[in-house]
Design a protein around this ligand. Structure first.
Ligand code: MN
Length: 289
């Protein structure tokens, strides 16, 4: 039996605009819009750029800082970004690539423009998502997945191309290994094209338009850096593009656990936050070599 489309709960413009370190001019879609639990397990989405950077020999970015209790997921659309962490992982991602970093018990890392990209200068466009971990995995070992564009399956339909980064769509399974059931789809639509799908029942969902103009489940058209938040109920999601559009679809099974966030630490209680601060200060999350 066909089930109803998900209802649109709200449309959001970026809630805050700021610079992370000296290399990422970001527009925050949440948590500054206070969508909170309605998007669990997702905690944060920063949309960086597109910003043109002048050539420099000193790569811009954000230096050594810690994380505990969640995952940072970085998607690059233009430019190249380099990562290095205290768990010994390092890598560079470029257009179409995704870095899925599971901080879990804690890492210290730096995120910079890749040296050669910085030296030549150019446009950087990327998204960073923070994905919460189930409580039982918050103090597990850190992990690092570098997912290159070639490894991401593409599902094409009339005028639409969807890259399945995580979750399942049209028989394709995303390569990202996740700690709870979730969907992360990179959606590209030609002008006038429409894409629709059913998400697993009971999943939170949002569609973020990165460029172009598109409506979601009959909403008014969303412009660049606007987001539609959808209801848990129902399962249908439909994106209709007025012009050529790039959008990101997020879906996930809510964790249903308490969230206590403090800067780069996301735990379940105040006590666990205090412990995270102590562990970082005493060097237990490691250092960059
Ligand atoms: Mn970070």
């Amino acid at each position: 039996m066909p089930s109803p489309d998900k209802r649109v709960l709200g449309l959001y413009r970026p809630g805050s605009v700021h610079t992370v370190g000296d290399g990422f001019h970001v527009r925050n879609l949440f948590p500054s819009n206070e969508v909170g639990e309605r998007l669990s397990p997702f905690l944060l989405l920063d949309y960086a750029g597109p910003t043109l950077y002048a050539p420099t020999d000193e790569p811009r970015g954000v230096g050594e800082h810690p994380h505990r209790g969640f995952e940072t997921v970085t998607l690059v659309y233009q430019g190249r970004v380099a990562h290095r962490d205290s768990a010994g992982n390092a890598g560079v991602i470029g257009p179409g690539d995704v870095q899925w970093m599971t901080a879990a018990a804690g890492v210290v890392h730096e995120e910079k423009h890749e040296r050669e990209f910085a030296r030549r200068g150019g446009t950087l466009q990327m998204v960073q998502l923070w994905v919460n971990l189930p409580r039982r995995e918050k103090l597990g070992a850190p992990r690092y997945q570098e997912i290159h564009a070639e490894a991401i399956p593409v599902v094409a339909s009339r005028g639409a191309k969807l890259r399945v980064i995580a979750g399942e769509h049209g028989g394709a399974n995303g390569p990202a290994r996740t700690s709870s059931p979730l969907e992360l789809f990179d959606l590209r639509l030609e002008a006038g094209a429409e894409w629709s799908a059913a998400l697993p029942r009971g999943h939170t969902a949002a569609v973020v338009v990165l460029s172009g103009k598109a409506s979601v489940n009959g909403s008014r058209p969303l412009a660049e850096a606007e987001m539609a938040l959808l209801d848990l109920e129902g399962d249908g999601v439909r994106v209709s593009a007025e012009v050529e559009t790039i959008a990101l679809l997020l879906g996930g099974q809510p964790l249903g656990e308490p969230v206590v966030a403090h800067g780069p630490f996301v735990m379940s209680t105040d006590q666990e936050i205090h412990q995270a601060i102590r562990d970082y200060q005493s060097g237990r999350m490691g250092h960059l070599g």
